[in-house]
Design a protein around this ligand. Sequence first.
Ligand code: MG
Length: 190
Amino acid sequence: MAKLLFSREEMLKLNIETLESRGISVKDIAQIAFKQQSKFTKDIAYSDCVDSVEKILSLRDVFHHLQLGAEIDRMTEEKLFRGPIQNILASDLGLFGIDELVGLSIAGLYGVIGQTNFGDIDVNKPGICQALNEVGKNSSACHTFMDDIVGAIAAAASTRVAQVMNENVANTDPRIKSFTIYDYNDEINS
Ligand code: MG
């Protein structure tokens, strides 16, 4: 029987391989997260951004979004879609919006702030997001979905770093029992 369920280590490895096959590294994504969160939170560490990107890349939800988005981009490059959607995807039509929906879905794993942080990256296109967008629009390569997926993972990582740092501050108060609303789901926040 075909394998359907992958461990978190396997999903992380497969996601990194897929990103690399599209010219993207964990560092590219961590740099966007670092730049974004540095505006809001003092003394954030770049290494925490790398750790957060890796955690997020190991989540099953993110695995499914990233693997599907990468395949849509590849199939668009290979002209495998039929009907008007082939040209809409290949031209990265601004009003298409389903790629941003995928981005919002990933960023939403880290709440409303994750989504507003994704909106910032979507509009301002820092670093690798701008590079993917330009290459996708000016060559036969298609990054229609991947630019949003990368931006959303950066936004999620930026948000996660802020959440972890805020939890650490809260937990330094001895009157506060060390418990967060996220404790029920270590999958997402561990
Ligand atoms: Mg896009």
